[in-house]
Design a binder for this molecule. Sequence first.
Ligand SMILES: NC(=O)c1ccc[n+]([C@@H]2O[C@H](COP(=O)([O-])OP(=O)(O)OC[C@H]3O[C@@H](n4cnc5c(N)ncnc54)[C@H](OP(=O)(O)O)[C@@H]3O)[C@@H](O)[C@H]2O)c1
Length: 276
Amino acid sequence: MTPSDPSADFRLDGRVVVVTGGYGVLGSAMARGLLGAGAAVVLLGRSAEKAEAAAADLDPSGERALGVAADVLDPDALAAARDAVLDRFGHVDALVNAAGGNVSGATLQPGESPFGLDPAAWRSVVDLNLHGTILPTQVFGPALADAEAGAVVNISSMAASRVISRVAGYSVAKAGVDHFTRWMAVELAKQTGGRVRVNAVAPGFFVAEQNRALLLNGDGSLTERGADIVAHTPAGRFGESAEVAGPVVFLLSHAARFVTGAVLPVDGGFSAYGGF
Ligand SMILES: NC(=O)c1ccc[n+]([C@@H]2O[C@H](COP(=O)([O-])OP(=O)(O)OC[C@H]3O[C@@H](n4cnc5c(N)ncnc54)[C@H](OP(=O)(O)O)[C@@H]3O)[C@@H](O)[C@H]2O)c1
C-alpha cells in the first residue's frame, strides 16, 4: 500500500481509541470496527468485569484491547481511567462517547401529561447523555490534544433533530450533544489549526438492551411502535450494530481530516424522509 493509496487514509494503525459504553450493543460493534481498522481500543463502562471480559473477547492476545471501569459522570474515576490508559499505551488519540441511553421516567407514558414528567428523571437522562459526553471529553481532551491528530466522535441520536413522540428528556439531552459537538469542534479547530476534530454520528433505530422491549415483542415480532419506526425508515428495517462502525472509523481517520463539527446520520434514510 503506497501513501497515495486513498484507502490507507481510512486506517487507524497505531492509534489508541477510548470507547465509553464500549461493551454495550453499539459501543462493542464500534470497538470491533476500530480494532479491524488497526486501532488499539479501550472499552470503558461501570463494570470492570464486563469491560475486561469484552476486551478479552475482542482481542484474546490482550495487545490491542483494554477494559477499564469508570462512571462517565465521575471525573475522578475518569481521570484514573485516563491514567491507566496512558500507563498501558503511552498515549490516547481518540475518544468515542457512546455511553448513554434513555431513562424510562423521562419518557411520557400513554395518557400522561407532558407537564408531569419526574424532574429527577429529566435530570438523570440529561446527566447521563449530555454531561456523560462533556465530562469524558474534558478529562481525556488534553491527552487527545497532545496527539498528532486527536479526534472525538459523540454518539447522538435521531431524537436530537426529529421529534420522537413521548421521548422527552433523552431527546433534549441528545440535542445538547449535537450542539456541544459543534461548539467544541469550532473552539478546538481554532485553537489547533484544525488538528483536533470533533464530530458525531446520529444513529436511527437499532435494537439494543435499552430499547428492545419498545421495538420487539417477546417472540421477535415488531411492536406497534417498532412497526411505525420501520415504516418511517426508507431502508425498511432497523440498523444492525455493525453498521455504525464504518462511519465512526471514517470520522476518526485521516480520510476525514477536514471534517469537523458534523453530525452524520446513520439512519437508513429516517431523517431525510418526509413520510410519503
Ligand atoms: N440503540 C439505538 O437504537 C440507539 C439509537 C441512537 C443512539 N443510541 C445511542 O448509542 C449509544 C449506545 O447505546 P446502545 O444502544 O448500544 O445501548 P447499551 O447497549 O445499553 O449500551 C450502553 C452502554 O453505556 C454504558 N453506560 C451506561 N451508563 C454509564 C455510565 N454512567 N458510565 C459509564 N458507562 C455507562 C453501559 O454499561 P454499564 O451500564 O455497565 O455502565 C453500556 O455499556 C448511547 O449513547 C445511545 O443513546 C442508540
